[in-house]
Design a protein around this ligand. Sequence first.
Ligand code: HXC
Length: 514
Amino acid sequence: MSLKRKILELKKRREQVLLGGGEKAIEKQVAMGKMTARDRVLAILDKDSFHEWDLFVEHDARDFDMDKKVLHGDGVIIGTGTVYGAPICIYAQDFTVAGGSLGYMHARKITKIMDHAMKLRVPIIGINDSGGARIQEGVNSLAGYGEIFFRNTQASGVIPQISVILGPCAGGAVYSPALTDFVFMVDNISKMFITGPEVIKTVLGEDISMEDLGGARVHSEITGNAHFFATSEKECFDQIKKLITFIPWNNARKALPFPPKKPKSKFKIDAIIPSDAKQPYDIRDVVRAVVDDSDFFEIQEYWAANIVIGFGRLNGETVGFICNQPMVLAGVLDVDSSDKAARFIRYCDSFSIPIVTLVDLPGYLPGVDQEHAGVIRHGAKMLYAYSEATIPKITLILRKAYGGGYIAMGSRHLRADFVYAWPGAEIAVMGPDGAANIIFKKEIAEAEDPEKMRKLKVKEYKEKFANPYVAAAKGYIDTVIEPNETRNVLLHAIEVSKDKTVYTPNKKHGIPPF
Ligand code: HXC
């Protein structure tokens, strides 16, 4: 055969494979409001940057008449490309081919590109759209999942791992996204659950739709499994691309710097916090008032909103922000917010991203529900994560820092490198009202006018303890600053911390309160 004919044959083979599960299956996919796997990959990556691998891989199953079936690419697309020039490994399950189900060769393609990502030390993006383990391939498909989970764990903290759920992600399949760093979901398209509605109906007799069981809203607001919520695939892809600009390609690099930009003038840092200490405000406005271009990229926005986490830039460098949110539950720490913050601290620490902590909280949330939900164990995760982290840690106390919350929110005692406070900061074992009621209980009870005495004692306590100067006198706070000095102080702290070095005790690993 001449080379010309061989090239024609290649083209023909390519055309066949590029049709995935065929026109009908593609029509069904589109009718469900979903893009095809290949279109998704092309939409995420830079134009003309995708290089596909294993296009001609076929399954090798024999049982249940599988030997008579052709499954193009075995239901998954893999390859390399770039996002804003950053190298990326990517895979996308193709639901049009046997429901994107995971058989032996399908899993081998995924693990091949995962191994490649580890070797090249570049981020991996996995797009999930699958009916789960390919039933006809039995234990071989289960083995495939196990191989993926193992690699997810090995890659954790070495390269960024991004999961995108764009269809069903059922059964044990959910554990790969759960092991990765960031999970993206799209309203009405993404579904993630261990046991589906049919099993729930059979076992428990309960009727529930897939959306209500494990849709994007459920995982963004209730479970916290999703880090980003989008209303369309296009919005989701824009979020992924933006994330890539904030994070380094691997744990031996820093995120690429951006040209520095001043915050937008509409965010006036002096005017954000109300003078009444009980009034709420949006902590994100403080972040926007200090970061470059007022651009704050929030993560897990709708879950455990009493703590706010996300990325911003200071003088072009990526910084992770962890902030109490006075607008939600007065910014208390609880089970979910502790989990959210602790995991993010570990992410930033793994990828050399300095942390800025903004503190304004009345402490841990009291109550039987929290105690029984394990607030001791979950709260301890934050202490562990802050103490363990060796990246530059900068803490600013804006208003309240009471009780265990003061310690947990990146205090000097957990080895913050820089601790600042605004003049209105109140640092104490508890709020002035509660404290006065306890320590002056007798004086208040015996006073002629107990209410007058109580107010007097609250004032006395406030003047003595609820200010930043007691902590500053002990050196627990390095400097008390004016709010409008904040950005300069943070820029300086980042600038002088570039070569921070910490020697940690020699151990295999610690035992965090998982
Ligand atoms: C083989 C599968 C499949 C699977 C779907 N298909 N899931 N083939 N193994 N797991 C095939 C269908 O037979 C069909 O093939 C095509 O994909 C499209 O599926 P439909 O059912 O027509 O699509 P739809 O109506 O949109 O429903 C999608 C679905 C449903 C909700 C995902 O297919 C479904 O419930 N599938 C099974 C989900 C599941 O329970 N998986 C196992 C989970 S256990 P044809 O040829 O007709 O087009 C698991 C264990 C892993 O994953 C453990 C790891 C630790």
